[in-house]
Design a protein around this ligand. Sequence first.
Ligand code: AMP
Ligand code: MG
Length: 421
Amino acid sequence: MTKPNLSQLAQDPSCMDDYDPNAMSVTQARQFIQKFLSPVTETETLPIRESLGRVLAKNIISPCNVPAHNNSAMDGFAFRFEDAEKPLKIIGTAFAGRPFTGKIGQGECVKIMTGGVIPTDADTVEMQERVTVTGETAALSRPTKLGQHIRLAGEDLKTNQTVLAQGHKMQPADLGLVASLGIGEVKVFRKLKVAFFSTGDELVSVGKRLEEGQIYDSNRYTLFGMLTKLHAEISDLGNVPDDPSLLEKTLLKASQNNDVVVTSGGVSVGEADYMKTLLAEHGQVLFWKINMKPGRPLAYGKVGSSHYFGLPGNPVSAMVTFYQFVQPALQALSGELCKPTPFFSVKCTAPIKKMTGRTEFQRGILSQNIGGEWTVAPLPNQSSGVLSSMSTANCFIVLGETVGNCDAEAMVNVQLLEGII
Ligand code: AMP
Ligand code: MG
């Protein structure tokens, strides 16, 4: 596929053969968006702890071996393997951090603690439970293996090895890994600046009284949560009524000094839609009907130099489209090398109604049955307005375009909403 020209496409969609705004698959739309994303280039240097969840802007190369020395994996005795047959004379002790400085001669051994440096000329360790000590003599109670219970220098990390690559998102283990190299600071890409607002005459902010027909604006709170988890620098611009001049003012404010603008509501087809006109006037924005449920309408484009995402207003649709399109886009923009989210195939406990030709992200509860088998129960109410389904669920049941109705006991793909880390 040739690289599409966004502004040309926004004005005349017929200029690209394989582009149909009314029938975009989830994968197509995601791949399409990826073509317009260039990662940030600015970086900052942070102390290790502050780098948690941030994206590395530079490879981390090991300046040393970890561990630095051969050391004992057990509390026991270190000796020369060739001497193991006869009782050994105990000539000293090696503690972790306090090595035995002498040499081990023929028929000699050193008492050694876990982490203690293996004394010069020793090549094997036996654990203390298998050694009989009589006065100053240690006798081994079973044959040993040359080199056993020794952790070798560089067995974890070797000098000059690439330990973590640019684009890696720092996780708890990585903080420890960097510390194990004696490195105190890391270079990461700067945070992405993301502004967002909700649109709709019916929306009221928390803290105000609801009049007839009004609802509280919940999307700004879920967006806050999702963006904060991605370590974005966020600007919440409130909820804006369906009023062209207020929407215009807020849109222009949002697009200044932000990498990304996210709005919810007002992108449905057929709506008395001011956003559409505004976006045509101030940017190059495409409106798509995605073959998915929930979350069919989606707008993507540029407003000024900011990327723009117009999410559907329904609370579940807003979240699902965020996870499917905005999150991978933000990851790419923040320089992260993205890995695919794993799927697991499990048995479902109830039949699922599903139309072919679109991807569905049903909310489900994954649990272990009495036989110990993991199964998934689809939640009974899959309406895109039922936000409690996102709270109750612990996974998405992802049903691809070719999948139709599923019987109870059918195998379905699930994606966990929360991982261990
Ligand atoms: P829209 O996409 O603007 O047509 O909105 C679709 C549905 O989502 C309507 O029922 C709206 O009331 C609801 N909705 C839109 N925005 C929000 C919001 N910020 N919080 C909660 N519900 C919303
Ligand atoms: Mg609306």
